[in-house]
Design a protein around this ligand. Structure first.
Ligand code: SF4
Length: 297
């Protein structure tokens, strides 16, 4: 049973929050404190909000793929009959169009592309990722080993994955968790490149999340990152109770560092925008949604 929390405004650590904070303080301010611009700089606020909502081709490839995997897993809970691949392809095509049609893409906003055609820019990679998954052996393994516990599967749980790590508020949202033979397995789907450092931290976060919510020894939790492209490949790590404690300490330090940028920690009110400097790493700016505001387009 996933534990629930009363809302509190204090900031919660997450891998992506910490990564944004580490990469560029100004991006962190725009991304996580957008609403404060409404009272501080009303005109800028509307632009920040619009830029924050931009998506990108790689993000949507990941988003659509995750949504369809979620549907596939929910189908598996009802039936393990083979998939009719012709109908599946039609479904993926329609779903891709439906998901991306209302989105605003940074590639269009920043005039790198005139328009986005989902059939050209999104669908081929989504189809490749799904075919790799379906042919990668994990789906058969699930049908064979995990389907008997299908009522206990947690597939893309609601909310943001709030938990407590060493008493600190944190967010670690799993894609898919299921029990097999006394172990809790966690699978995290990736359509992007391998990144051992970042994904290793995410996996430790998932173990800590499951450890917190389900009171299972860390050694019995098997976190796996599943790379869907260019071919299906998995990487699992082993985590013990000491790792969970060390991870909690790290989260505490990182959270404290982020607190230093709060005027009011409990209310999570940020310092003035001028206290959040722009990065010197211009490479980062070329992929950042907010580059127009920083004069770095
Ligand atoms: S454009 Fe560059 S400096 Fe501005 S928020 Fe983005 S990463 Fe930071």
């Amino acid at each position: 049973m996933i534990r629930k929390f009363e809302f509190t405004p204090i900031l919660g650590w997450s891998v992506s929050r910490w990564e944004t904070f580490s990469a560029c303080r100004r991006q962190y301010y725009y991304q996580y404190y957008t609403k404060f611009e409404a009272s501080r700089d009303r005109e800028n606020f509307l632009t920040v909000k619009a830029l924050k909502d931009l998506t990108s081709i790689p993000l949507e490839i990941g988003n659509v793929t995750h949504k369809i995997i979620e549907i596939l897993l929910k189908r598996m809970q009802k039936t393990t009959k083979p998939i009719d691949m012709r109908r599946f392809d039609d479904f993926v095509f329609e779903k891709t169009k439906q998901i991306v049609e209302s989105k605003n893409f940074s590639e269009v906003y920043y005039e790198e592309l005139e328009t986005i055609d989902p059939e050209v820019q999104i669908l081929p990679k989504v189809s490749e990722a799904l075919k790799n998954l379906l042919g990668g052996g994990r789906i058969e393994w699930l049908a064979d080993k995990a389907v008997e516990s299908k009522d206990q599967w947690i597939i893309d749980p609601e909310g943001y994955g709030e938990c407590r790590i060493g008493g600190q508020k944190a967010y670690c949202k799993v894609d898919f968790m299921f029990p097999v033979g006394g172990e809790l397995h966690i699978l995290d789907w990736k359509t992007g490149k391998k990144d051992d450092k970042k994904h290793g931290r995410q996996l430790r976060g998932y173990v800590t999340w499951a450890y917190f919510h389900f009171d299972v020894p860390a050694e019995k939790i098997v976190p796996t990152v599943a790379y869907l492209m260019p071919e299906y490949k998995e990487r699992s790590i082993k985590v013990n109770e000491f790792d969970v404690e060390a991870f909690a300490e790290q989260i505490r330090e990182e959270t404290e560092e982020m607190y230093d940028y709060c005027e009011d920690i409990l209310q999570n009110t940020p310092l003035a925008k001028s206290e959040f400097p722009m990065t010197e790493n211009l490479k980062l700016c070329s992929f950042c949604n907010f580059r127009e505001l920083c004069g770095r387009r």
